[in-house]
Design a protein around this ligand. Structure first.
Ligand code: UGA
Length: 423
């Protein structure tokens, strides 16, 4: 199939490369000239494991273009542009509607427009109204890729949701995946249900995280251990262990934006989503609570403390710092200077963090002579701390519970603190 993907971000690029690897001819359109220059010179301008390599292997089938008229030959046009959060919490749909206007003059007869961007219920109805052509079918095909694991999720998805009432269009889209993905994972729903599946899934996962974070707070008061509680709960197959890692709260470009947009949509429809609202507030407050904890440990140090923060990305496996709790936490640490390190997100963070932050070259440089070390992103790289020795008293705040407790507790001069254990 000849496919056009509009948008070359964290969703568009893995999708374009993945579909090209299935043997389709893909053109990926982006209007950002700088980005396009990099892409056309063979450089993937974001960090996603395996993506650069996959791109090298599908180059023959995948072209990048800034000219939207290049969609003319496409039977399928996938919309994968951003839908960022507006000030009122709703999803900002300007890019999706602009992309719709842009493709409209070039859509071939019988084209399928599939929306992968996360869009509020009814957005695809509006896209259909804008296109205003009875031969063109607009489908909701929400994306469930995780950043950092996008290719793993693309090639082994839990499900492919195709939201359309048009059976022949459903079959065409199903055929795109059927040779690579078990057929029972490909399901058809109506368009609005597909739109809502995406929001409900993200809100549910966000709630699961906020739930374990609240249980974690209780553990700290009653001398229980949240890691054990999560392990015990997770063995119940109805609950499952995934997304029960207590930490500093969820971030990223999806959960914060999508929970807010869902709450906004519900309010507009006169429905109260109390659980989602409570998750949003609890998750927001958590980052300030964590900053306060770190400030307390710093103020307990006699003399001028050296403070090291490990992790800037909103999670491991990505260079993305959008709505990263680590960034808010650092901005609320009342200390100068703060030494920071992240394996991938340093460049992005340099644009947002202030003059009190010193960007170090390595984990070792960052934690050198530190009095307080806080781990804010769950990078496996930080497990290197288990092999290090500390010559002076050092408080290590493992706020992602990634280090081996038995090893860390035995280390001379180290006071080791985990999240969800008695403080
Ligand atoms: C999320 C969903 O997991 C994807 O299915 C979805 O496609 C994507 O949003 C999207 O809407 O595009 P992503 O934002 O990449 O993916 O990140 P997650 O892996 O879900 O993590 C989100 C946040 O939750 C991170 O800050 C992470 O550190 C945190 N988290 C995750 C926890 O604090 N504890 C956990 O147990 C799991």
């Amino acid at each position: 199939m000849y496919i056009a993907v509009i948008g070359s971000g964290y969703v568009g690029l893995p999708t374009a490369c993945g579909l090209a690897s299935f043997g389709n001819d893909v053109v990926c359109i982006d209007t950002n000239k700088e980005k396009l220059k990099l892409l056309q010179s063979g450089i993937i301008p974001l960090y996603e494991e395996g993506l650069q390599e996959l791109y090298e292997s599908v180059k023959e089938n995948l072209k990048f273009s800034g000219d939207v008229s290049d969609i003319k030959k496409a039977e399928l046009i996938i919309l994968a542009v951003g839908t960022p959060m507006s000030d009122d919490g709703s999803a900002d749909l300007q890019y999706i509607y602009q992309a719709t206007q842009d493709i409209k003059p070039y859509l071939q007869n019988g084209a399928i427009v599939a929306t992968k961007s996360t869009v509020p219920i009814g957005t695809n109805d509006e896209i259909e109204r804008i296109i205003d052509r009875s031969d063109v079918t607009v489908v909701s095909m929400p994306e469930f890729l995780r950043e950092g694991y996008a290719l793993q999720d693309f090639f082994n998805p839990d499900r492919i949701i195709i939201g359309t009432d048009n059976i022949s269009v459903f079959n065409k889209l199903r055929n795109l995946y059927i040779q690579h993905i078990p057929s029972e994972k490909i399901i058809r729903t109506n368009r609005r249900s597909a739109e809502l599946i995406k929001y409900a899934s993200n809100a549910f996962l966000a709630t699961k995280i906020q739930f374990i974070n609240e249980i974690s707070d209780l553990c700290e008061k009653v001398d229980a251990d949240v890691a054990d509680v999560a392990a015990g709960m997770g063995l119940d197959t109805r609950i499952g262990r995934k997304f029960l890692n207590a930490g500093i709260g969820y971030g990223g470009s999806c959960f914060p934006k999508d929970t807010n947009a869902l709450e906004y949509m519900a309010n507009k429809n006169g429905v109260k989503l109390g659980i989602v609202s409570s998750t949003i507030k609890g998750n927001h407050d958590r980052r300030f609570n964590i900053a306060a904890r770190i400030n307390k440990y710093i103020s307990d140090i006699d003399g001028d403390a050296r403070v090291a923060i490990l992790g800037l990305a909103f999670k491991n496996g990505t260079d993305d710092i959008r709505y990263s709790p680590a960034i808010d936490i650092i901005q609320n640490i009342t200390h100068n200077p703060i030494y920071v390190y992240d394996p991938k997100a340093m460049n992005n963070a340099k644009n947002v963090l202030g003059a009190n932050v010193i960007f170090t070259k390595s984990l070792k440089d960052c934690v050198k002579d530190a009095d307080v070390i806080a781990i804010l992103t769950e990078w496996p790289d930080f497990k290197e701390l288990e092999n290090m020795t500390f010559d002076k008293n050092t408080v290590i705040l493992d706020y992602r519970n990634i280090l081996d407790e038995a090893i860390m507790r035995k280390k001379p001069h180290v006071t080791y603190k985990r999240i969800g254990q008695k403080i």
